[in-house]
Design a protein around this ligand. Sequence first.
Ligand code: PLP
Length: 396
Amino acid sequence: MYKADFPIFANQKLIYLDSAASTQKPDVVLEAMDTFYKTIYSNVHRGNCQIAVAATEQYEQARQTVADFIHTTPDCIVFTKGATESSNLVASGFAQFLKPGDEVLVSLAEHHAVFVPWQQACLRSGATFKVVNVLPSGQLDMDDFKAQLTPNTKMVAITHLSNVLGVVNPIVEIVQQAHAVGAKVLVDGAQSVAHLPVNISELDCDYFIFSGHKIYGPTGIGVLYGKKEALESLPPYQFGGDMIKEVSVEKTTFASVPARLEAGTPPIVETIGLAAALKFVSKIGMTKIAAYEQALTQQLVEELCQIPNIQILGDPLLKSGIVSFSIKNLHPSDLAVILSRQNICVRVGHHCAMPIHRCFHQSVSLRVSLGLYNTPEDIQIFVQALKKALSLFNGM
Ligand code: PLP
């Protein structure tokens, strides 16, 4: 729908179906970063020359833009280098308060960026790492969730939209139940934020994490949202410049959040790019983007369901922009190689989510993931190419 806004599509026939890995960048993002570098580039929170003041203003304005986008306030937004760093920041800080007998709940469908830091936090602290089951439909097993949630549960870390199954989890219900036993909730919004309108005050989670590069922004910038008291409870993740109040030979005191969690020179220009990306999608409207991508997803699954021997991971009717599948007796890599010769980009692998593949008795899958630049024609070209590739294999 918005292909013309993305320069990568200008001079080549590219069918890009790997937005869950990373999205392409619109002109407005590249231009915002370029202009910043060419006009007011400077470090932030330090200098008092004109460009340093202007750079700091734009950096803090970017924090406001992020806060507006997810309906919160800027003092609840910490800039990191990505969802992975956001997850590690919370897990490593939280681990310092966990003790044997405490429990952390994640789901089988977590990306390793959530699964592994919390597994490690439990190993270090002696807390119990518990994993909620996923149903054959790809939905979280809510009965199992309720059974595993106890007054000992201190943290529930859960994806909003699975990067393999494309299923949206019932976050509001999960948060309500977790809070009822006194647990905190971290929501992994790395995929959801680009596909659905996100309203933090409605979700009511304690932490929400995402990466700029999956929502049409640059790499190297991520977001950690935290309720004020949830952020304040975290010890510093790194030590250095900009996160202190006072340093002396005897002792160091720390700045208040968010500065306390942003040690060193931040990814300044990347925040400018992220703000431009969020303004770009906001101008179109997240509700409109969600509806557009949902129609494309429906077209995709209807076509895929007609292919013999296809095994779609989870219920095809529950997908939001992400569909992973395998074909009986064929390695997905062989298909991807043929598709890539026609400049069709899909992803083959475990997508950093080995436990959920194991749950579906697969080691890898072929994943198709959509962005707002995809068109019904892209889907048609992909499906035709897939069918042709399959006919080659069937004829062998
Ligand atoms: N969570 C989910 C659901 C993801 O899909 C990803 C990346 O694919 C991440 C977390 C980690 O994001 P990043 O690699 O940008 O830190």
